[in-house]
Design a protein around this ligand. Structure first.
Ligand code: C2G
Length: 155
């Protein structure tokens, strides 16, 4: 009986977007079983990241992505070796923004860096959101009134 190929990845997955989805789908193409370790809110503080979506919801979203077979919590930087041995992992993989950072894991399993999806990131989404939210309400109302007037002209 051929051993199922198990792959593991780690991430925050805040404001889940197409970049996250494409990474998870590509990971599943390299494996039979995909395990995703989602960073807890406490660990993100250690990483210097603030998230919009709390851990429980990010983990539930990732767990309900079709290609994901199992979600575990990422609590610290040091748990990867233990996870690889505990879950009998064949491949550790992550986006190439981490290129070289986890080469030390090659002692325990295959290490694979995958190209990130361009032009989308949670940081960018947050920036657009804050730009939008920083527009004074009056300006937004004015803009809609102008559009309404234009619409009438075209009717
Ligand atoms: N990603 C991607 N394309 C994007 C954005 C993200 O492929 N446009 C990938 C990242 O490379 C990463 C995964 O999606 O592999 C999750 O990204 P983040 O949520 O930003 O993860 P990060 O906070 O970098 O956590 O121990 C490792 C850390 O937990 C990684």
């Amino acid at each position: 009986m051929k051993k199922e190929k198990i792959i593991i990845t780690y991430g925050t997955f805040d404001m889940f977007h197409i970049g996250h989805l494409k990474l998870l789908q590509r990971l599943k193409q390299h494996s039979d079983k995909l395990i995703v370790a989602v960073s807890t809110d406490e660990f993100n503080k250690v990483k210097g990241k603030t998230t919009m979506i709390p851990y429980a919801q990010r983990a539930e979203i990732v767990a309900n992505i079709k290609c994901v077979d199992m979600v575990i919590a990422e609590n610290d930087w040091g748990q990867k070796v233990e996870d690889i041995q505990k879950y009998n992992v064949d491949i550790f993989s992550i986006g190439d923004d981490w290129k070289g950072e986890f080469d030390f894991l090659e002692e325990y399993c295959e290490v694979l860096y995958l190209e990130r999806t361009e032009n989308i990131s949670t940081t960018k989404l947050k920036k657009s959101l804050s730009n939008f939210l920083s527009i004074p309400k009056e300006d937004i109302i004015n803009a809609f009134e102008i559009i309404e007037a234009l619409k009438k002209d075209f009717e």
